[in-house]
Design a protein around this ligand. Structure first.
Ligand SMILES: Cc1cc2nc3c(=O)[nH]c(=O)nc-3n(C[C@H](O)[C@H](O)[C@H](O)COP(=O)(O)OP(=O)(O)OC[C@H]3O[C@@H](n4cnc5c(N)ncnc54)[C@H](O)[C@@H]3O)c2cc1C
Length: 390
């Protein structure tokens, strides 16, 4: 255990306001340990390394354990406590919002669908920041049409043998585990023929090739599975029911994590508002519009957090959050680009590096987790029951 263990308070029955008050006091007293050691955007390695240290400290001091089930090393309590923790950290720029795509997206699915003993073994290291996980869904020929994926899983005794390729796997080159979707029920079985597996990335036959994003960040990878043997107890959910696991993960990826991202956006918008010239009417207008977009997202996201807390997160509903984040993210960094003319494009300062990479990443907000076009289709068909265009 790193760091001195301070007296842990019991927030099991506390209100979120009490939790927040105590947390903010604690954060104020630990700013030095929580601040990122870099002033620019940071490389993937730096971001993950800082995230690991912060999570370890938060876990040791109890903050990271509230809102998680006791069976996986948590202290229990409402998941809203997790949302408060993420909001207070990202809102101060202490932790990058990207970190939540592991704990808040893959963590809940493993708790829900893995054998209880496997979840009890692997979730605590994730919460403690000891492990990085990744999500192996997309393939070269299967992105929006995920149900057509080609990676295969063939049963061989007590094991499964995986063969195929994944694409855009974020952080696979730093990850020790990967949630992989593979076709277990034979060709042409669509979304009903898929199983989900929890795969150790150091298994023989797994190879990972990093790809640079246009932001210049080595975030994602091509991930290859060549006759990879996966133990039978690493199946998540039932055989052939991987689509259910995928929907659970996509619901988390398209909704709940944008609560933290909204705080991250407000942190940047505040910075931009401080830099902007008060007499620059166009800048003030862009900042105001971006604030309105983030506020709409936050209002929506609050309801989503309540769905999570009630154990009632609905996959189609999350598509609304996903549409809103894309608009908010791009509005904030478009405002930044206006306020920092030429800086994002030309300068080498830490500020320029940070805003250049965030601006470029905001362009991907209409793509990652499912494109905006697909989300609008889901809203139209599953929430509004609009007729399908033939
Ligand atoms: C930053 C980033 C991180 C990512 N991380 C991961 C990860 O960790 N793991 C993972 O598995 N994947 C990841 N992805 C991949 C992501 O999920 C896919 O890019 C996304 O689902 C879209 O798939 P695609 O790229 O194959 O685009 P395509 O499906 O080829 O779509 C191309 C274009 O066609 C449009 N289109 C396609 N089908 C339709 C339709 N039926 N109706 C209307 N328009 C349509 C799309 O909206 C899009 O504009 C990541 C992507 C990004 C950008």
């Amino acid at each position: 255990m790193s760091g001195r263990i301070e007296e842990l308070r019991d927030f099991g029955t506390a209100s979120t306001a009490e939790f927040r008050d105590a947390l903010v006091t604690w954060i104020d007293g630990h700013r030095v340990e929580l601040e990122p050691p870099y002033r620019d955007h940071g490389s993937t390695e730096q971001l993950l390394s800082h995230q690991r240290q912060v999570q370890r400290l938060l876990f040791d001091q109890g903050w990271m354990r509230w809102g998680w089930p006791t069976q996986v090393g948590g202290f229990g309590g409402t998941p809203l406590l997790r949302a408060v923790l993420g909001e207070e950290l990202t809102g101060r720029g202490l932790v990058h919002s990207a970190a939540y795509s592991m704990t808040e997206v893959l963590g809940p699915a493993v708790i829900e669908y893995a054998d209880a003993s496997l979840a009890a073994e692997v979730v605590p290291p994730l919460l403690q920041g000891e492990e990085t996980w990744c999500q192996g869904f997309s393939e070269p020929e299967a992105g929006s049409d995920l149900g057509s994926l080609l990676t295969t899983a063939v049963r061989d005794g007590d094991e499964w043998v995986l063969q195929g390729q994944k694409l855009w796997t974020s952080w696979a080159h730093h990850a020790s585990r990967c949630v992989v979707l593979a076709r277990s029920e034979g060709p042409g079985t669509g979304s009903r023929g898929i199983s989900a597996f929890f795969v150790d990335v150091d298994s023989p036959g797994v190879s990972v090739r990093p790809l640079d994003t246009m932001a210049g960040v080595d975030e994602f990878c091509e991930t290859f599975f060549d006759q990879v043997r996966v133990p039978g107890d690493r199946l998540l959910g039932a055989q052939g029911r991987g689509w259910q696991v995928a929907q659970h993960i996509l619901a988390c990826e398209r909704g709940p994590i944008f609560w933290q991202r909204a705080s991250w956006l407000l942190h940047h918008l505040g910075e931009i508002a401080d830099i902007a010239d008060a007499s620059d009417v166009a800048a003030q207008r862009l900042i105001g519009l971006a604030f309105a977009e983030v506020s709409a997202l936050r209002a929506r996201s609050q309801a989503t957090q309540r769905q999570v807390a009630a154990g009632d997160l609905r996959a189609a509903d999350s598509s609304i959050d996903k549409i809103l984040i894309a608009a908010a993210d791009q509005a904030v960094f478009d405002a930044a680009r206006h306020v920092l003319p030429g800086v994002i494009e030309l300068e080498d300062s830490p500020l320029a590096d940070r805003y250049r990479k965030e601006w470029a990443y905001s362009r991907a907000a209409t793509i990652y987790g499912g494109t905006s076009e697909i989300q609008r289709d889901i809203v139209a068909s599953r929430l509004l029951n609009l007729p399908q265009v033939p």
